[in-house]
Design a binder for this molecule. Structure first.
Ligand SMILES: C[S@@+](CC[C@H](N)C(=O)[O-])C[C@H]1O[C@@H](n2cnc3c(N)ncnc32)[C@H](O)[C@@H]1O
Length: 497
């Protein structure tokens, strides 16, 4: 298979430079979420844009290993880099055509071990998933056999990686009388031309698979290739760009489109969780609930699953379907329970309250332990007081987390990362109580949850990306942090310790 611009043993990258300072015209930025909603959602249709010019595009070919790019350079690159004659038969892990900043390419290539081989499900067992028709939803992914909690179902490299806030290459010069819709449409056309470059670089098998993916953006001005990326992209970690000061609320990350993973349909009560693994350059999904053979494998497309059904439906509108999951079908039962879970998910914190000289638990509003009023300078007095306070706070954290865990299980939210967080709080509560008086024995129910949390961490926090690295280093210091924050608060209050 020919991949035009490649030479020697390494791929050459096609580098596109753009600079808004030399290219006049509006900013190369389009807020896609707003575009879907503002311009009449998915039904806007294509807008006539006769008379705009797409200028300032300058392309250079670079070596695949080159990373010393100046700022403002966008790179069209194959990652991991492949030989000119590579085929998917030779490289079954596959590769991605990426449109990324020079900084993101540097970040990808600087990951230790990159590119590692992607992990595969246990070869001794049948493949855990199959792709088949899902009534009313198009195609979907299904369990081909029973799948255990935590089991790796699939790790897959994307076929395509593009920025979530897409920039067109070069500048767009629009006639002064262009409406906002026309300016947006001109951007969309320029983006589609970048998409064509990317898709044409893919091996034929990927090109065909890509073009067969679902497109729910056929009528909002997106070109066909960009519409597919908008429908099927999953956020991938580690390579986020700095926030543009002009758009402080917009996260500039990257999104990947996948041959198989992009077939997974949404549920507000999902049974898989996903994580990006940087050394293998793959997205991994694991069963976050036990899944029975034949059951549909579902993932969440949105963030706040404890929001009311109506809010979730609004978030999902840009995907062009109405969710009919159990929670969306029974909002009268699900919404109040979700609201209670949302409250319980707020992190418990102790804040000093000078009115009663006590530490107030921010979530319960209760004073934790006895108040400091009447404490003498006696060290023993202080230690007793400290022990009673940490015990109370720890116990309260454990009790409210167990309540949250039970509610999440009843509500079907036990397949989410928030469930893992709640399990972690039980462990955190035990640690806090142990700070008060060492070597406490906890009852079996608590021990079981602490063990479940350990399993959870092993299954769902094993991916190696920036956020899990941050979590891991934070975890080791969690106890110290609670203690030092208490001590700092006390010192600030002039308490002698
Ligand atoms: C990423 S694709 C998922 C795979 C897709 N069903 C297919 O046929 O390739 C997203 C699209 O799938 C459909 N979809 C996903 N979840 C759905 C659900 N819960 N109910 C109905 N349609 C759904 C919508 O059309 C959505 O735009």
């Amino acid at each position: 298979m020919k991949r035009g611009f490649l030479k020697k043993s390494n791929a050459l990258d096609k580098t596109s430079t753009q600079s808004s300072s030399v290219v006049p015209g509006p900013r190369l930025f389009i807020d896609l979420k707003a575009q879907s909603k503002e311009a009449g959602g998915l039904q806007r249709g294509k807008v006539d844009v006769d008379g705009y010019e797409h200028v300032g595009q300058e392309q250079r070919e670079m070596d695949a290993s080159f990373v010393e790019y100046p700022e403002d350079v966008w790179v069209t690159t194959t990652q991991p880099a492949q030989r000119v004659d590579a085929t998917l038969a030779d490289v079954p892990d596959g590769w991605a055509e990426c449109f990324i900043s020079g900084a993101a390419k540097r970040a990808i290539l600087s990951v230790p071990g990159f590119p590692e081989a992607i992990p595969r499900p246990d070869p001794a067992r049948p493949l855990p998933y199959t792709i088949a028709e899902s009534p009313g939803k198009g195609t979907g992914m299904f369990a081909a056999r029973d799948i255990e909690w935590g089991e790796l179902i699939l790790a897959e490299r994307p076929m395509l990686v593009i920025p979530t806030t897409f920039r067109a290459v070069g500048g767009i010069i629009c006639p002064p009388d262009f409406t906002k819709d026309q300016v947006q449409q001109a951007y969309m056309n320029a983006i589609e031309s970048t998409m064509e470059t990317l898709v044409n670089r893919m091996p034929m098998e990927y090109q065909e698979a890509y073009k067969k993916l679902w497109n729910c953006h056929e009528n909002d001005g997106s070109g066909p290739l960009f519409g597919i990326a908008r429908t099927n992209g999953f956020g991938i970690g580690d390579y986020d760009e700095p926030t543009d000061p002009a758009f402080p609320d917009t996260k500039n990350g990257y999104s990947g489109t996948f041959k198989n993973l992009s077939r997974i349909n949404h549920s507000c009560r999902p049974n898989v969780d996903r994580d990006w693994d940087s050394p293998t350059f793959s997205l991994q999904i694991r069963a976050s609930k036990p899944i029975k053979k034949g059951e549909e494998i579902t993932i969440t497309y949105i963030g706040n699953l404890t929001d009311p059904a109506s809010a979730r439906q609004r978030e999902l509108a840009s995907y062009g379907f109405t969710c009919a999951c159990e929670a969306c079908s029974n909002p009268e039962v699900s919404d109040p329970r979700s609201k209670e879970i949302k409250e319980l998910l707020k992190p418990p914190m102790l804040i000093f309250n000078p009115m009663n000289m006590g530490w107030t638990n921010t979530r319960t509003g209760k004073v934790a332990g006895t108040s400091m009023r009447g404490l003498t300078d006696n060290r023993k007095d202080f230690e007793d007081w400290m022990s009673s306070m940490t015990n109370d706070f720890g116990r309260n954290t454990i009790e409210s987390s167990i309540k949250g865990i039970k509610l999440m299980e009843e509500e079907g939210l036990d397949g989410t990362s928030e469930y893992g967080e709640m399990l972690g709080r039980v462990k955190g509560g035990c640690n806090t109580m142990n700070m008060g008086s060492k070597g406490k024995n906890f009852d079996q129910e608590i021990d079981k949850l602490v063990k479940k949390h350990e399993q959870y961490e092993k299954y769902f926090k094993s991916a190696r990306n920036a956020s899990s690295r941050k979590e891991q280093s934070k975890d080791g210091r969690k106890e110290d942090l609670v203690m030092s924050s208490l001590l700092t608060q006390m010192q600030m209050m002039n308490v002698r310790v």
